[in-house]
Write a protein that binds this ligand. Sequence first.
Ligand code: GDD
Length: 335
Amino acid sequence: MNIFITGTAGFIGYHLADLFLRQGHTVHGYDGITDYYDIRLKQARHQLLRQYPQFTATEALLEEDAVLQAAIDACQPQVIIHLAAQAGVRYSIDNPRAYVDANIVGTFNVMEGARRHKVQHLLMASTSSVYGANKEMPYAETHKADTQISFYAATKKANEAMAHSYAHIYGIATTMFRFFTVYGPWGRPDMALFKFTKNILEGKPIDIYNHGDMWRDFTYVSDLVRGIALLLNTAPSAVNANPSISNDSLSSVAPWRVVNIGNSQKVRLLDFVEAIEDSLNKKAIRNYMDMQPGDVPATWADASLLNKLTGYKPKTDFKHGVKQFVEWYREFYDC
Ligand SMILES: Nc1nc2c(ncn2[C@@H]2O[C@H](COP(=O)(O)OP(=O)(O)O[C@H]3O[C@H](CO)[C@@H](O)[C@H](O)[C@@H]3O)[C@@H](O)[C@H]2O)c(=O)[nH]1
């Protein structure tokens, strides 16, 4: 299958492209290699993917519509998976425009490419952050998600709505994923695991928000991409083909659904920090801080819809996943 993936130099896109290439698919990657974090990491990921003969890439921004459309035309994809985005909850507080450019304009451009090519399935990343101020846990796709508390989350919720309208008007089968704090080898430097590992190794303090009273459904990246690969073959149709799934988020008027991909396990931030310390065999200097604006105190996925649709359940224990990350980090940075 010809698969067009945006964000292949990014953390999740790299792992997903690698999985599809190993499965024998042809992948065209599209990535703007933005300097939101160290571009050497992004270049290194793309370099690894380039070792596969069935991988080609275009390095340009989503906002460069003519370049994007030409890349999609050349690929002739049956499927488009849109993962490129301006990510990060905290950065959106001071840089909201970056989110409008990449996540709103950029996503619109990708949707236009999907429309022109009448792709069989369009799959796009949203985030567990759209659950915002929701209190009811675990978060289920059928819960209302109307109270985003960061602009980042608001742009992702907007993407879900944009995609729903395109699915309805143009009949594009669309799956939106809500990811839950994805971590693992090749992870993002703006995320807690990366920052904590780096600082502990360098003997610098780590900032622990809300005095550590934070909970996250940490999802191991290999589990996540496995879930995506299975959903690839589970395109929603306008008619509910499987009404026995009681908690399906399938739209009543469009071939569109949203699916949580999470580990379904709530982990306390302090236990996560301890797992990093154990893997490094070194204690952290802890700087306890107040709650940060835009941050949610907890996330926890009800991932039963993913399981009903694909038979799959993410299962990697965070202690094992953290160890894998630490091993990768020490090798990559030679420390
Ligand atoms: N980044 C960061 N996080 C910290 C720090 N100190 C504590 N944390 C806490 O560590 C936890 C994990 O933070 P992140 O790894 O940054 O992940 P996140 O806030 O859950 O957001 C990630 O997951 C979302 C999906 O659930 C993504 O949408 C988002 O882009 C990001 O990848 C959160 O409770 C966060 O408040 C710090 O110095 N930096």
